[in-house]
Design a protein around this ligand. Structure first.
Ligand code: SAM
Length: 232
C-alpha cells in the first residue's frame, strides 16, 4: 500500500478513506496483522495493524522488508496527449522503470493541460501492481524551448524522430549513461521544433522503425528499448 507519510522504524501511519475501507472491510485486517507499505522513496516496510475502528486504523512500521531500490537513470519526456493515452504512458513508464516522467508542451499538442494528480495515481497503482517501491518523479510540464535551453550535456537526449534518425539499437549501445527520450504529440513536432531539438547539444535523433507509431506506442517502445539495453 502506498502512503504519503515518510516511513521508518516505529513510524505510525494513520489510514482512512478508501485504503482503510479496503483493509478493514475487504481484506478483514485484524490487530497485529502485517501490511506492506511504501512511500516511494524509503523502500518497503512491514507495518503492524492497530487501533482498528470502523473507518480508520493505524499501521505501525516494524521492519524494513526492501531497501530503497535502484532506479535506472532514464527520463521519459513526452508531449501531453489525450487522457486515456497519457494515462497508459504513465502506467507503462512506471512498470518499465523510468526515473522521471517529464511532460513537454509542444506546438502541435492537442492537449495543453495535464491533471498531475490523476497521473500520480496511475503511477502509484502501477507501482503497487509491479512491486516497485520507488515512484517515478512526476515533473511539472515544461515548454519544449525551456527543456532544450536547460538541457545538460550530462544526459543524452534521444529524440524519437518519425522523419528519420539513426537506427535505434546501435545508437543506444553507442551512448551509454544517463538518458532521456523525447517523444512528440499526436501531430508530431513542427519543422522549427525539430530543428531546435537537433541543434541541442546532447540530442541524438533516432528512428523507431519505418512505421509511424502512435505517440504512446513510441513512448513505450523507446523506453522498453533503452531499458532492455541499460536497465537493471
Ligand atoms: N503526425 C506525425 C505524422 O503523421 O508524421 C506523427 C506523429 S507520431 C503519432 C507521435 C510521435 O511519436 C512523433 O512525434 C515521434 O516522436 C514518435 N514516433 C512515431 N513513430 C516514430 C518512428 N517511426 N520513429 C521515431 N519516432 C516516432
Amino acid at each position: 500500500l502506498h502512503v504519503e507519510t515518510q516511513l521508518g522504524e516505529g513510524v505510525a501511519v494513520p489510514i482512512d478513506g478508501n485504503p482503510a475501507h479496503y483493509l478493514i472491510s475487504v481484506m478483514r485486517v485484524k490487530p497485529d496483522d502485517i501490511v506492506l507499505l511504501f512511500d516511494g522513496r524509503s523502500g518497503e516496510w512491514a507495518a503492524r495493524a492497530r487501533d482498528i475502528r470502523k473507518r480508520d486504523l493505524v499501521l505501525e512500521c516494524v521492519q524494513q522488508t526492501k531497501s530503497p531500490e535502484h532506479v535506472p537513470d532514464f527520463w521519459l519526456c513526452c508531449a501531453p496527449i489525450k487522457k486515456g493515452r497519457i494515462d497508459l504512458i504513465a502506467e507503462k513508464a512506471c512498470e518499465l522503470g523510468v526515473a522521471r516522467l517529464q511532460p513537454v508542451l509542444t506546438r502541435r499538442a492537442v492537449v495543453d493541460k495535464l491533471n498531475l494528480d490523476r497521473l500520480h495515481s496511475h503511477l502509484v497503482e502501477a507501482a503497487e501492481q509491479c512491486g516497485r517501491t520507488a515512484l517515478p518523479d512526476l515533473a511539472d510540464m515544461l515548454k519544449l524551448d525551456a527543456l532544450l535551453k536547460g538541457w545538460s550535456l550530462d544526459r543524452h537526449l534521444f529524440f524519437a524522430d518519425e522523419t528519420g534518425g539513426a537506427p535505434l539499437e546501435a545508437t543506444l549501445r553507442a551512448h551509454p549513461g544517463p538518458a532521456a527520450f523525447l517523444v512528440g504529440p499526436e501531430g508530431g513536432f513542427d519543422p522549427a521544433e525539430r530543428d531546435a531539438i537537433r541543434a541541442t547539444p546532447g540530442a541524438v535523433p533516432v528512428s523507431l522503425g519505418p512505421r509511424i507509431l502512435r505517440a504512446e506506442t513510441a513512448a513505450i517502445a523507446a523506453t522498453s528499448a533503452w531499458m532492455a539495453i541499460n536497465g537493471d
